[in-house]
Design a binder for this molecule. Structure first.
Ligand SMILES: *Cc1c(COP(=O)(O)O)cnc(C)c1O
Length: 232
């Protein structure tokens, strides 16, 4: 058995255990294998081990990699999306996790209209309020939600967050709880459904599953260390 297959099986077992522990079904959690910096051959190995959904954080890299792989792989975008990359990104990704401002949402909506598309997106929230991070501040999101919901090309399916880096996985829990609380509040206030919570990476995906993540974004635990740290 190859390393990647072994790692995938371990991650899946950890997800299943965390789901069961918190009274959820393992099938309610989608594992998104983050492939940034890893070449198409490694991705193929993961696909052959049964992995279906993959994530990239740079459009440029994805545009090179995705065509090298079978077309039945499903791709999500998880990085900061630059305005000038939207048109390239839309046909490649079935879900954009990282819509991090109203301006970006409006640009995606306009380009989707021009291209005749209806993209599925999540709104990225900066729950810790870190100055250096992309994402809506919770209070800004509330204030802009009405405008976001009026962008009729976008199907807004939930929220995503990247908590502050911390040595202890447990440190992420309060941010995951905050994201879930914000989701619940938005659903009630705007009478909408936001079924997806994208939260949890290699260090803290078990905690995220316990706190109701529906999408976990895991790279290193599957593919090993990246040669250059790229966290976007
Ligand atoms: C790189 C990346 C991940 C995966 O990180 P790991 O710690 O390697 O699991 C998850 N989410 C986003 C947005 C990323 O950029």
């Amino acid at each position: 058995m190859g390393d990647i297959q072994k790692h995938l099986e371990r991650v899946r077992a950890q997800i299943a255990e965390a789901a069961e522990k918190s009274g959820r079904q393992p099938a309610d959690v989608e594992l998104v294998a983050i492939t940034k910096t890893h070449d198409a051959e490694r991705v193929r190995e993961a696909h052959e081990a049964g992995q279906q959904v993959f994530g990239e954080s740079r459009v440029q890299e994805a545009r090179a990699k995705i065509p090298e792989l079978p077309s039945n792989l499903r791709w999500h975008f998880v990085g900061h999306l630059q305005k000038n990359k939207i048109r390239h990104a839309l046909p490649l990704f079935e879900l954009i996790h990282s819509v991090d401002s109203l301006a970006l949402a409006e640009d995606i909506n306009r380009i989707a209209e021009e291209e005749g598309m209806h993209p599925h997106v999540l709104l990225e929230v900066n729950v810790a309020g870190e100055g250096s991070k992309f994402g809506f501040k919770p209070e800004t999101l509330r204030a802009e939600m009405e405008t976001l919901l009026a962008l009729n090309r976008l199907s807004i399916e939930g929220l995503m967050t990247i908590p502050p880096l911390a040595p202890e996985a447990e440190a992420s829990r309060r941010y995951f709880i905050k994201l879930r609380g914000l989701r619940d509040a938005l659903e009630k206030e705007f009478r909408i459904k936001l079924p997806h919570l994208s939260m949890g990476m290699t260090n803290d995906f078990v905690i995220a599953v316990e706190e109701e993540a529906t999408l976990v974004r895991v790279g290193t635990a599957i593919f090993g260390e990246r040669r250059r740290a790229k966290r976007e």
